[in-house]
Ligand binder design. Sequence first.
Ligand code: SAM
Length: 204
Amino acid sequence: MNLQKAIVAQFKKPHGSFGRIAGWIMANRRSNQERNRWTVDLLEINPSDRVIEIGCGPGVGLGYCLERAKEGQVLGADHSRTMLDQARIRNAEASVGGRLDLQLGSFDDQPDTVGLFDKAYSANVIQFLPDRAAAFNKIYALLKPNGISATTYMPRGKNPSRAQSLSMAEDVKRHMKAAGFVTIRVEELPMSPAPAICVIGKHP
Ligand SMILES: C[S@@+](CC[C@H](N)C(=O)[O-])C[C@H]1O[C@@H](n2cnc3c(N)ncnc32)[C@H](O)[C@@H]1O
């Protein structure tokens, strides 16, 4: 396996030194910062909101959430200890101050706690979750009434295309509808070589 492949293979669950490099890339790549900021803007976070990011990685998106939820609480969930360590360092002030919680574990095993959050989001994580129906049922349960869910995805690998982005959007929409979300819409962010999509829906 060449070096690039070894690092790309880390994005699902970064660990060890290649995992730390993958985290550094995610945190510093302009397009990843832009994708996360765009998604967080679509969540329309209010100052007192409680927000969860699923698969928070090195914590770039958590920083954007914390800037907006100034009097609120942010939870970053990820099954990679390497990523949570980076997220903690990147958002040290909020972590020490108690505005940021970091939770280690697979989202699939997250307990079905009801109505805890105003906003829930993920960026480039949905492709790794083994059971999307269960994932959106869980997100629905975690949100308060009127809560908002945003799911962003941009295809990778060989020849990523807009068709792949839109196909994922359709699949996410289907699962969100089945889970009970309403006013579901898709936004597109032009990126190279394929656009990022974000599917947004509301808990009634
Ligand atoms: C491609 S990275 C994206 C990280 C971050 N969202 C970003 O945009 O910078 C995917 C992240 O999702 C996490 N992840 C993948 N599957 C997961 C699962 N089932 N439960 C929790 N975290 C998961 C990985 O550990 C990794 O940090």
